[in-house]
Design a protein around this ligand. Structure first.
Ligand SMILES: Nc1nc2c(ncn2[C@@H]2O[C@H](COP(=O)(O)OP(=O)(O)OP(=O)(O)O)[C@@H](O)[C@H]2O)c(=O)[nH]1
Ligand SMILES: [Mg+2]
Length: 244
């Protein structure tokens, strides 16, 4: 698979009777058949400097509640850690896994002394004990309700199973708190192009009238979507006007 280079020749897109899955388009063209822009160099990505700071199962051992934070939430296995890695432009900063339940604590990554990204444990994972579920749920609740540094929430939803009951709760919480929310419809490379657009339109429809919510398609294999999401997070963290 060749990313980021060359022009989009017609040979990459033979006429198909059925719309191709998005994954088939991950050559050097974007979804509209346009040549992809070159990948931003790490120096152009203000999130690229992210470094592991600490991991805590509860709120007793987290960094002081100062500065600005953006947290990644969502159902177990939705792709939270992968999305965080894609945005920072580092392959393995946050741990990812095919097995749900990988992130079992609040994991903090520092961008500088004032700014952090937080990878949250996933919700809705069936195979953990009831007591562990209750503990995660309490930690998540406390974090969301107490953390003053939180400036925005990235809610990652598998685009094939969006807006679960838990996702709805997160959405309502963000509305009640006036917390800016970016919904990433993840793993969109697993959908056909038309399916992905239909899903996006459906979610947009259900968000009409809500404040400070943005929704977009997302895949760790699609640089344009990564850049779109990164721009939102960079803006929340006030890193867009610093000439960094
Ligand atoms: N095809 C595809 N796979 C993805 C994408 N994002 C994540 N995955 C895969 O989905 C699986 C789960 O990804 P994670 O990032 O670990 O998910 P998570 O939400 O952090 O999971 P927990 O920490 O267990 O709650 C991994 O196998 C990833 O490689 C994507 O955009 N496209
Ligand atoms: Mg994770």
């Amino acid at each position: 698979m060749v990313l980021y280079s060359g022009q989009c020749g017609k040979t990459h897109h033979p006429v198909r009777q059925n719309p191709p899955k998005l994954g088939h388009l991950y050559t050097n063209c974007d979804m509209n058949g346009q040549a992809k822009p070159p990948a931003p160099s790490p120096r152009d990505n203000p999130l690229n400097r992210a470094q592991f700071l600490l991991l805590s199962p509860d709120l007793d051992h987290v960094p002081p509640d100062l500065g600005l934070e953006v947290a990644f939430a969502g159902r177990s296995n939705a792709g939270k850690s992968s999305a965080l890695n894609a945005l920072v432009g580092q392959k393995a900063l946050a741990r990812t896994s095919k097995t749900p339940g990988r992130t079992q604590a609040l994991v903090f990554f520092a961008l500088d002394e004032q700014r952090r990204l937080v990878d949250l444990p996933g919700y809705g994972y069936a195979k953990v004990s009831a007591s562990l579920k209750a503990q995660w749920s309490k930690t998540l609740d406390n974090f969301l309700n107490q953390r003053r540094a939180l400036r925005g929430l990235v809610l990652v939803m598998d685009s094939r199973h969006p807006l679960t009951a838990f996702d709805q709760q997160m959405l309502s919480w963000c509305q009640a708190q006036s917390m800016p929310l970016l919904i990433l419809l993840s793993k969109a490379d697993k959908l056909r192009r038309a399916e992905a657009q239909t899903t996006l339109a459906g979610i947009n429809q259900s968000l009409i009238g809500l404040r400070q919510v943005t929704v977009q398609l997302f895949s760790i294999h699609e640089p344009l979507w990564i850049e779109q999401a990164r721009a939102t997070v960079v803006g929340w963290l006030g890193l867009n006007h610093q000439g960094l």
